[in-house]
Design a protein around this ligand. Sequence first.
Ligand SMILES: [Zn+2]
Ligand SMILES: [Zn+2]
Length: 134
Amino acid sequence: MKTEQEREAHRRFVQALQHEHLTCAKPGCGGPMDVIDHTPHSARVKSYEATCERCHTVEKITGREEHAPAWDVASITMMAEMHLLHEQPSCPYDDTPITFISLPNPRRKARYRLQCYYCGRHTEMNWPPPEAKR
Ligand SMILES: [Zn+2]
Ligand SMILES: [Zn+2]
């Protein structure tokens, strides 16, 4: 079970991930925050640094890397199907919105990487996924 503090940290992570406005968490401030993505190029987990424009508090917002247990086929299929329906799938372990990244396709076959930037779980699949063809 997550603590209230962990839930709040996750909520702020999702806001940063979705480029939503973050407000300063310092009591009595509530100023707008300037969020910079500090994620290294090859990293699977995102890290941000938010700076309050009013009181200049700096807050680090990062995911929590966790790879086990991996996504199973059923949850990967469900994420793909939601994406096909233009809905936003989320990671079954931490409820973070999944990012779909289109990969270079040498044989004109679409390939996607599904990535959770919070826990770092990811997988690749051909597109459309064979399970979705009905
Ligand atoms: Zn502030
Ligand atoms: Zn995740």
